[in-house]
Design a protein around this ligand. Structure first.
Ligand code: AMP
Ligand code: ZN
Length: 486
């Protein structure tokens, strides 16, 4: 059995056969950089990372391209709304370029901490305006556009298969008549390819073009940059499910209008991470960042474990209880790996080709799970199976685990046993006493006092971690292996 992927285009599980045997061109929509990524935004990048790792593990040569949407006004689904980059710049007293660079750096800090590998090509929208203009000219030359109110629009009625990905029909769209604020459009689903009449005051990012000085519509950047780096037809395109009805639908229409050919073969879409309170949104503020999880005492890999514990096409409910459980599992994974390493006494893990039959069967089951539309929950279960099977020699268990980790990306082969940091006995006693006092305060429902104790300890560099088995603590900055436990 080979790899099977759920293709949104056609809504079915399909055998994966790249256009060119042995090679895969993969484009994943990247971040908008007018704010920090929230933890929901990080889900697609973990998926893209596991996907590219899996492909390489299976022997494919992969070119993975990701864009950076560094133009704030290009981020709204309906080509309307506010210029988030300008707003963010004004609020922070910076230029839009500084804002974009700042949040791009923050994004890569987050992804690195989660062991998300950098794509082969990372391309910024602002550095590909010429390519976008060239593509728009082709779309225009093929007769798919019209000018209105100073802007150039794509006429969706000229593209017969418009809406195929989202399984929407143009007639339904017209009948449904979305509330649209742009009176220039002939059809509600039409979208701008180039704006010269800015919706926004003080537009900071503008370029010259055949249609006048202005800026591109949002969708065109992904079409132009993916074709530049992957060719006019490539294998896989991915993004969050929110992109299906508008962004990806429009990307397909304009790309295929330009080339006259099928653009992308497989479309992967990740479901959302939701909070108890509902949807997470970058623009509404009040969202959780990876750093906020770190500040609360979690390791970024706890969140990676949490994400891999669900299948990418299932909605995942985020809660601290669920993250606690992911943390316990991730720590268990690391501990078990280190215990097996100790058992090897400096020996080497068994290479894949020489694994004992039981360990080899585990790797085969792992492979089957990954080949089944990237089933990471099943893959994790196989990893645990390999590590915990008492009948498997340590060298084979580790050999199998390291093999699987090439896809899962926890870095098991690089784990070092941390020397437990020497903790001052007096400090430890004091912290323990304060933890007991805090527990008593909580029991008495004196939450102000309980929070006060936590904050006072945090100010002294001691982070408390509430878990099912009580409260543990560590010195901030300490790695999990060196947690001085109560
Ligand atoms: P943005 O930077 O806002 O363009 O979002 C980056 C990616 O995150 C896009 O692929 C979105 O589809 C995806 N996304 C946004 N919110 C969530 C969420 N709550 N859960 C999972 N993915 C999300
Ligand atoms: Zn895109």
């Amino acid at each position: 059995m080979g790899l099977r992927l759920y293709n949104t285009l056609g809504r079915s599980l399909q055998e994966f056969e790249p256009i060119q045997p042995g090679k895969v061109g993969f484009y994943g929509c990247g971040p908008t950089v007018y704010n920090y990524a929230h933890i929901g935004n990080l889900r697609p990048y973990v998926l893209h990372d596991v996907f590219t790792r899996a492909l390489r593990w299976m022997g494919y040569e992969v070119t993975h391209v990701m864009n950076i949407t560094d133009v704030g006004h290009l981020s709204d689904d309906a080509d309307s709304g506010e210029d988030k980059m300008v707003k963010s710049a004004q609020e922070r007293g910076k230029t839009v370029w500084e804002i974009a660079q700042f949040y791009t750096d923050a994004f890569f800090r987050d992804t690195e901490r989660m062991h998300i590998r950098r794509p082969t090509v990372v391309c910024k929208a602002t550095e590909h305006i010429d390519e976008m203009i060239a593509l728009i000219r082709r779309i225009e030359a093929n007769g798919y556009t019209y000018s209105a109110g100073g802007n150039l629009y794509f006429d969706v009625t000229k593209f017969p298969s418009y809406g195929e990905l989202a399984m929407i029909k143009l007639d339904d769209l017209k009948a449904g008549a979305r509330i649209d604020v742009d009176p220039n459009k002939r059809n509600p689903a039409d979208f701008a390819l180039w704006f010269t009449k800015s919706k926004f005051e003080n537009q900071a990012m503008v370029w010259d073009s055949p249609w006048g000085r202005g800026y591109p519509g949002w969708h065109i950047e992904c079409s132009a940059m993916s074709m530049k780096y992957l060719g006019e037809q490539f294998d896989v395109h991915a993004g969050g499910i929110d992109h299906i009805p508008i962004h990806h639908t429009n990307e397909i229409a304009q790309s295929e209008a330009a080339t006259g050919k099928r653009w992308v073969k497989y479309w992967l879409h990740n479901e959302f991470i939701v909070m108890n309170a509902g949807k997470m949104s970058k623009s509404s503020g009040g969202f959780l960042t990876l750093q906020s999880l770190v500040d609360a005492g979690y390791d970024p890999l706890d969140y990676r474990y949490f994400l891999l514990g669900g299948h990418y096409r299932s909605q995942l409910q985020f809660s601290y209880e669920a993250l606690d459980s992911a943390r316990a599992s991730r720590r268990g994974l690391f501990d078990r790996t280190l215990v097996l390493r100790d058992k090897l006494h400096g020996g080497e893990p068994t290479p894949l080709a020489s694994l004992c039959p039981t360990a080899a069967a585990r790797v085969a089951a792992f492979r089957a799970a990954i080949e089944d539309d990237l089933s990471t929950p099943r893959a994790l279960a196989e990893l645990w199976g390999a590590l915990k099977d008492q009948g498997v020699p340590a060298a084979d268990a580790l050999g199998a685990a390291f093999e699987m980790d090439l896809v899962l990306g926890f870095g098991l082969a690089e784990l070092e046993r941390e020397e437990a940091a020497p903790v001052d006995a007096a400090l430890a006693a004091e912290v323990e006493a304060l933890i007991a006092e805090r527990a008593a305060a909580k029991k008495a429902k004196d939450f102000a006092k309980a929070d006060g104790i936590r904050d006072a300890l945090k100010a002294r560099g001691v982070v408390l971690e509430d878990g099912p088995a009580g409260t543990a603590w560590k010195l901030s900055g300490a790695t999990p292996g060196s947690v001085p436990r109560a």
